[in-house]
Structure formats: structure tokens, C-alpha cells
Design a protein around this ligand. Structure first.
Ligand code: ATP
Ligand code: MG
Length: 336
């Protein structure tokens, strides 16, 4: 049962029902000697005169307030208030519903969302570090050994005794196999994480990515980079690289586009990335498809860095994924 309260224009409590009294831990008699001011927390009190004024002017309002319970704890309440004419005098009639449980559930949800955020951030960082380590290992250890092996094989071929062409042919085949293995090692390392991102920075890595992408997909891809953001620091650089990678992959998978554009710009203290295509256009419904993680991952990465994402598409006129990240995110480790 709702707690019912009748107030005069000055906030004096004129009548309450037993639910209202029980909710607040007072007797009805005690409440009838009080002004609403004595129940309101400071935040609620600050808003009260305006609400009373609006209601007495004829508006019906719904809002949330906080009252002090008689034992001192704070009682969150949902209020529906309207004016009531009693014998020519205007009063405020307000129905109160205890929303402690709802607040608790909301806070619990928020807390667990924050926990998940933290977890996903840590998982992302661990993944990136692991990829960096594996790519480095593949490139430096395996790649170098294979190259040394190739050089040894080269000199061995020269030293082969004449008159045994089948040995020469086998050596040649080994040589070709080694070349293929070296190329595969490079490719796997680069797919994991372009070492360029660490060694030469975001601009170089995006350049490599878009060239490679155009070559493999046949989608003509333009890269436009503002000089001032060519060297954005970690973790922004990794985030922007992965967002570009995912967006371009989506273009190749779904857009049926012939051209794409990656644009990296500075906008005040923000860095802005836009990936555009001229394809069929992302639809609103595509954006919350269950079981897909690409766009979700983009939103998550950006929100962890305190940035904003907008995703737009027009049928037949292409799509645009735009991410804006404050450059300050590079220094501030924990941006909630
Ligand atoms: N550039 C685009 N043009 C047209 N449709 C797109 C484009 N990018 C994404 N979509 C649509 O949006 C959906 C969601 O994309 P998202 O990247 O989240 O998921 P996915 O690519 O299907 O799966 P995942 O990325 O998890 O492998 C896609 O399934 C596709 O229908
Ligand atoms: Mg995807």
C-alpha cells in the first residue's frame, strides 16, 4: 500500500495514512505535528519548494525523493503528486512508494557492470601483451633462425659436388619451402600484432594495414592521417588500430563496398577515427545482433578510454564507424 501524504502550501503535514507512518517509522500523531522539511534530506529539500509550487499550479508530477526514516537511515521514494482542493484551500496530495529494493538492485547492477568493465579491460590488456610477446618471439626468434637456415642452405647449394643434379633440385625445393615458411611466420606475427605499432607507431601500422587490406580484398582503401595524431600513445594507439581492423573486416564481410576510407584526425584534445565505406549501410538492427562482438568490442574499448562511438549507415550510401577518444586517456590509467 502506498504511503499517502497531504501537505499544505507551507509543507506542513496535514494528513498521512498508516502506510506512510510505518514506512517512515513514526506514529501518525507525530507526523501530524511535523513539516515535510523535517523528513527531507538536503538534496530533496532543495527541490521541494519548486515541486510544491508546480503541483499547486495544477501540474501532476512524478519524481523521486529521499526522506530520513525515524531511525536516521535514508529512505528512497517514488512520488506521484497532484493538487487537491479542500474547501477552497489547495493542498498537495502525494503517493509514496518505497524504492529501496529497486535502488539496491540498480546499485548492484552498476557494481557488477563496473566489475565486468574492469575484467574486460584486464583481459584485453593481457591479450594484447600476450600477442605482442608471441609476435615478437615469432618474428625475432623463429624468423631469424629460419633466415639463418636459408643462408646456410644457400652456401651449401654452392658447395654441392658437381654431377649430382638431384641434390641441387632437392636443395632448391628446400629453399622454396623455407621461403614459404618465412613468409608465413611474418604473416602470422603481423596478424597477431603488427610490430610496427610498437616500433614505428600508429600511422605506420595503419598504413601497412590498409595497404594489405586493399591488396587482399580489392576494396580501394584511402588512409588520411592528420600529422598531429600520427604518434598517439598507448593504450589509445592499440585501441584505434583494433577498431580500424574490426571495422575494415566488417566492410569486407558485409558492406559489398568498392571503396573505404580510414581517417584519423585531431579535434581539440581528442583523437578521432572514422572508417567509412560506400556499401549497403549498417542498419540500426545490426547493431545489437546477439552473439556478435565486433561492434560491441569497439564500444567497450572506447568507453574504457572515456571516449564516444557513433555508428551510422544509410541504405545504399554506406556506413561510418566513428570513435573519439580523449588524448588524456593515455596518462589517466583508470578512466571509468
Ligand atoms: N560496414 C558494414 N556494412 C554493412 N553492415 C555491417 C557493416 N559492419 C557491420 N555490419 C552489420 O552489423 C553486424 C554486427 O557487426 P559485428 O562486427 O558486431 O558482428 P559480426 O561481424 O557479425 O561478428 P563478429 O565481429 O563478432 O565476428 C554485422 O553482422 C553486419 O550485419
Ligand atoms: Mg565484425
Amino acid at each position: 500500500m502506498d504511503g499517502i501524504l497531504l501537505l499544505d502550501a507551507e509543507g506542513n503535514i496535514v494528513d498521512v495514512n498508516s502506510s506512510f507512518a510505518r514506512m517512515h517509522g513514526y506514529t501518525i500523531d507525530a507526523l501530524l505535528r511535523m513539516n515535510l522539511r523535517e523528513l527531507d534530506t538536503p538534496e530533496t529539500l532543495a527541490l521541494a519548494p519548486e515541486k510544491i509550487r508546480q503541483v499547486l499550479a495544477g501540474e501532476t508530477l512524478g519524481f523521486e525523493v529521499e526522506h530520513y526514516h525515524q531511525d536516521g537511515h535514508i529512505l528512497p521514494l517514488d512520488v506521484a503528486a497532484s493538487a487537491m482542493d479542500i474547501g477552497g484551500e489547495m493542498y498537495v496530495l502525494a503517493f509514496h512508494r518505497d524504492i529501496t529494493e529497486r535502488r539496491r538492485a540498480e546499485q548492484e547492477l552498476k557494481r557488477s557492470q563496473q566489475q565486468l568493465r574492469g575484467l574486460s579491460k584486464a583481459a584485453n590488456e593481457a591479450l594484447e601483451a600476450e600477442r605482442r610477446r608471441t609476435a615478437r618471439e615469432l618474428h625475432d626468434e623463429l624468423g631469424q633462425s629460419l633466415t639463418a637456415l636459408k643462408m646456410d642452405l644457400e652456401s651449401l647449394r654452392h658447395d654441392l659436388p658437381p654431377g649430382q643434379p638431384e641434390l641441387g633440385e632437392r636443395a632448391l625445393a628446400m629453399h622454396a619451402l623455407l621461403d614459404g615458411t618465412i613468409a608465413a611466420t611474418r604473416r602470422i606475427a603481423a596478424d597477431l600484432r603488427p610490430l610496427m605499432l610498437d616500433d614505428l607507431g600508429l600511422a605506420a601500422a595503419l598504413d601497412w594495414l590498409t595497404h594489405n587490406y586493399s591488396k587482399h580484398t580489392g576494396i580501394a582503401t584511402d588512409l588520411v592521417i592528420d600529422d598531429s595524431v600520427a604518434q598517439v600513445p598507448e593504450p589509445i594507439a592499440s585501441a584505434l588500430y583494433r577498431i580500424t581492423q574490426e571495422s575494415l573486416t566488417n566492410v569486407a564481410k558485409y558492406a559489398q563496398a568498392t571503396t573505404a576510407e580510414v581517417r584519423l584526425e585531431r579535434d581539440g584534445d581528442w583523437v578521432q577515427l572514422a572508417v567509412r565505406d560506400n556499401g549497403r549501410g549498417i542498419e540500426a538492427a545490426d547493431q545489437d545482433k546477439r552473439g556478435t562482438f565486433g561492434l560491441l568490442g569497439i564500444r567497450e574499448r572506447v568507453s574504457l578510454l572515456g571516449g564516444e562511438v557513433s555508428i551510422a549507415g544509410e541504405p545504399g550510401r554506406g556506413s561510418e564507424v566513428r570513435a573519439r577518444i580523449p588524448l588524456a586517456a593515455a596518462d589517466a590509467e583508470a578512466v571509468a
